[in-house]
Design a binder for this molecule. Structure first.
Ligand code: PMP
Length: 284
């Protein structure tokens, strides 16, 4: 693979970042994952805007202009011949060559790395045709989940707990209400109405969430943004998640309770189709 590090395109084996980098020592870093279909970027602008917001919230410098960012994404997609896959981007606060809780001087150069992941069949994945089984776990993450930081240890543990239970993923619960999935936003459907948690500091403001809710509204589907419990979701007709890497993923089981007939629901399937179709047309 050819990867990008601080202005250079290099073979992945030659890419280097300092061991003092605050991304490495303190997870002082933000990231984005943008999907690629037909060799084109899906919702690049959405990801670029959210990146800017994450950097701003953490008083981190913008490493380059958004135009340059687009060029880097495109160049990596081209150099690596990606037709279907992902572009991963990470920006860290960098380092001034030592470990300290206090931020380094404001003129310290941020670190920016990007790499591609080739995922043939991403749009027509086996997992999306089967649907996902999920478990629920307590949400013990920090209070600023709206900032897309690389603090992914708990979501990673959650995914491992799901695997250990013979499932695919976990939804997290705080104060009795579902926040989101380990790496996706969560929804259920009851009597034709789509229910999902409203935006706040408690969840990531998913780029896919925004697009899917817009498309659902355009398709005259009913949407309610409110807090919901895992018990409501278990009694739902269907459920699904959204993320840039899995688009709309049907959920067929929650904590061992089968939803509907245990196959992907009609609304989740339709939204997946609409999302893929419209996103492909708008890809750049
Ligand atoms: N919530 C969390 C916790 C996530 O990690 C992600 C994906 N990174 C999402 C939601 C979905 O966001 P997006 O649609 O922008 O990929």
């Amino acid at each position: 693979r050819t990867v990008y590090v601080n202005g250079e395109y290099l073979p992945e084996t030659e890419a280097k970042v300092s061991i003092f980098d605050r991304g490495f020592l303190m997870a002082d870093a933000v990231y984005e994952v943008t999907s690629v279909l037909d060799g084109k970027l899906i919702d690049f602008d959405g990801h670029a805007v959210r990146l800017k917001r994450s950097l701003n919230e953490l008083q981190m410098a913008e490493p380059c202009s958004m135009d340059e960012l687009l060029e880097i994404h495109r160049k990596l997609v081209e150099l690596n011949g990606i037709e279907e896959g992902l572009v991963y981007l990470q920006v860290t606060r960098g380092s001034d060559g030592d470990r300290d809780f206090v931020f380094p001087p404001a003129d310290t150069k941020p670190t920016m790395v990007l790499f591609t992941q080739n995922k043939p069949g991403l749009a027509d994945s086996e997992a999306s045709r089967t649907g996902a089984k999920i478990i629920s776990i307590e949400d013990i993450r920090w209070g600023r989940r709206d900032i897309k930081t690389t603090q992914l240890l708990y979501p990673s543990l959650g995914k491992m707990m799901a695997k250990a239970a013979g499932c695919d993923d976990a939804w997290m619960i705080e104060d009795g209400y579902v926040t989101e999935g380990t790496s996706n936003n969560a929804y259920f459907v009851k009597n034709g109405k789509i229910v999902t948690r409203p935006l706040s500091n408690d969840i990531l403001h998913g780029i896919t969430r925004k697009a899917v809710l817009r498309m659902a509204a355009e398709a005259q589907m009913e949407i309610e943004e409110r807090l919901f419990t895992i018990d409501e979701a278990k009694e739902a007709d269907e459920a699904f998640t959204t993320s840039a890497s899995a688009f709309v993923m049907p959920v067929i089981e929650i904590d061992g309770v089968m939803l509907g007939d245990g196959t992907p629901g009609p609304i989740a399937k339709r939204l997946r189709e609409i999302y893929l179709d419209e996103s492909r047309k708008a890809a750049i």
